[in-house]
Design a protein around this ligand. Sequence first.
Ligand code: AOF
Ligand code: ZN
Length: 333
Amino acid sequence: MENYDDSIKKADVRFMARALQLAAHGAGFVSPNPMVGAVIVAPGGRIIGEGWHRRFGGPHAEVNAVDSVSEADRGLLRESSIYVSLEPCSHYGKTPPCAALLARCGFRRVVVACGDPNPKVAGRGIAMLREAGCEVETGVLEEEARRLNRRFMTAQTKGRPWIQLKWAESLDGFIGGLDAGGNPQPVRLSSATGSVWMHRERAMADAIVVGSGTALSDRPALTVRLWPGRMPLRVVADRRGRVDLRSLFPDGNAVRIGADGETLREAMERLLADCGVGSVMVEGGAELLGAFICEGLFDEVRIERSPKKLGRGVAAPAIGCAPGVGITEVKNG
Ligand code: AOF
Ligand code: ZN
């Protein structure tokens, strides 16, 4: 027979999985904040409240979950448990501290998936709750929670945005063609589903980075069209000031990096510090992707492999093996 502790553990995993599911609804709307979900469970296992962080600057998950509890169930809060996918905050940011709210509600038990590395929180939320007499359990579905918020975690701990590289590559290893004069010429190598994926990832990223050559030859719009979400900032790596950002992006949502000898790493750190960019997607061209690879400045790579052969063209970057980095290869034919 299953013992009491095992059945509690199973229930914890189930309710935390639900909190993570709710958290993911914030994808594309909350960055550079983390995605957070919260579930309130009354004795007996009935869910009486749920919430998630819906938009940047808006109420946190815990506030929305507490607000969702009906008048009839309010009296149950003191006997209830709350499952939160990130350590409740302890600071006054755009919103007041969630740990204080949970302490005021008098939750019997607070279950947390992972700690908040934000130096303004970093363990203080959990300490506040324990001091207030709540039983706090941590580490339930921790890996899943960290993976969901890998962009936020990296920005908080490394002082630079999460960096994702992506390109589509022909069967014979090219990412673009050449015209009769030998100049780079864009060729469509990604599939329809690949494009939808790209727009979803764009919506998830705070900024899209392209090189000046790509900006000049492709004149890309760099907008999110095939997926709901916010428009990321456009970033053009342009050491020589070749691109007229105003004419290419008339809405003004664009910045230049690399002027006055600024290195890629410095540029990434500046984007986080000055523009709140917690994640970037680098879309090309080959030279810029190669520079990020050379510097070891990336966290995730996605290569879409097309069945098309080009014969000649712009060679795809060589990634080799990168320990600890998620490399996804997708065949589109
Ligand atoms: C929570 N619950 O749902 C979220 C948290 O500027 P603010 O007030 O929105 O605070 C943002 C910081 O709060 C963010 O960097 C992260 O440390 C934490 N996010 N905390 O208790 C939530 N989204
Ligand atoms: Zn909070």
